[in-house]
Design a binder for this molecule. Structure first.
Ligand code: AMP
Length: 201
C-alpha cells in the first residue's frame, strides 16, 4: 500500500497516519518529522531548514525531494508507506511520480482531509494548550503567526497538488471535520476499494 495523505496543517494527517501504520504495518514518512529531526541533530539540511520552518514557510523542493528519495529506499519502506506532508508543491508531486516510475512503483491512493480554516486555527490553539498541560514542548511553528503562514502556503502551493492527483483519478476526499474514528473509517473504505487485487501489502 503506497498512500499520500494530503490536507492543511492541523487536519489530522499525523493522527490518521499513525492509525494506518498500525493497520497496514507500513511506515509513516512525515517530511515534517524528518526535517524536525534534522534541525535537532543540526545536520546541514536542518541548519538550512530551521529558519524557514520556524516562520511557517516551505523548505526548498530539492531538499525535501532528496530526503524522501533516500527514505523510500530504506528496507522498511519496501512493502509500502504513507507519505504525510509530502508532496506539498506540484514540483514535489512531479518529482515523486518520477521517483516511483523509476522504481516501477505506483501510488495506490491519495487521500485529502478537508477541514475549514476556522476549525484548523481552533485545533492548533487546542493542540498548544494540551501540549503545555501535559508538560510537552510546543512546536516552534505552532503559534498563530506561523500557523497563518503555513495555512497561506497550503492554499497557494499545496492545494494545486490536489488538482494534480485529481487529474489522474487518484484523489479521494474525506471530511476531516468528522470525529477522528469516522475519518479513520472513511479512509479505510477508500483504501479497501483502491487496493489492487494482486497486491498483498
Ligand atoms: P508538518 O509537520 O508537516 O506540518 O511540517 C512542518 C514544516 O516542515 C512545514 O511548515 C515546512 O516548513 C516543513 N515541511 C514539511 N514538509 C515539507 C514539504 N513537503 N515541503 C516543504 N516544506 C516542508
Amino acid at each position: 500500500m503506497r498512500l499520500v495523505l494530503l490536507g492543511p496543517p492541523g487536519a489530522g494527517k499525523g493522527t490518521q497516519s499513525a492509525r494506518l501504520t498500525e493497520k497496514y504495518r507500513i511506515p509513516q514518512l512525515s517530511t515534517g518529522d524528518m526535517l524536525r529531526a534534522a534541525v535537532k541533530a543540526a545536520t546541514p539540511v536542518g541548519l538550512e531548514a530551521k529558519a524557514v520552518m520556524d516562520k511557517g514557510g516551505l523548505v526548498p523542493d530539492e531538499t525535501v525531494v532528496g530526503i524522501v528519495a533516500d527514505r523510500i529506499e530504506a528496507p522498511d519502506a519496501k512493502g509500502g508507506f504513507i507519505l504525510d506532508g509530502f508532496p506539498r508543491t506540484v514540483a514535489q508531486a512531479e518529482a515523486l511520480a518520477k521517483m516511483l516510475r523509476a522504481k516501477n512503483m505506483e501510488l495506490d491512493a491519495v487521500v485529502e482531509l478537508k477541514v475549514d480554516d476556522a476549525a484548523l486555527l481552533a485545533r492548533i490553539v487546542n493542540r498548544v494548550k494540551e501540549t503545555l498541560a501535559s508538560g510537552g514542548t510546543v512546536r516552534a511553528d505552532d503559534n498563530p503567526e506561523a500557523f497563518k503562514v503555513r495555512l497561506d502556503a497550503y492554499h497557494a502551493q499545496t492545494a494545486p497538488v490536489s488538482d494534480f492527483y485529481a487529474k489522474n483519478a487518484l484523489l479521494k476526499s474525506v471530511d476531516g471535520m468528522a470525529p477522528v474514528d469516522a475519518v479513520t473509517h472513511a479512509i479505510d473504505d477508500i483504501l479497501e476499494s483502491s487496493r489492487r487485487p494482486a497486491q498483498t501489502s
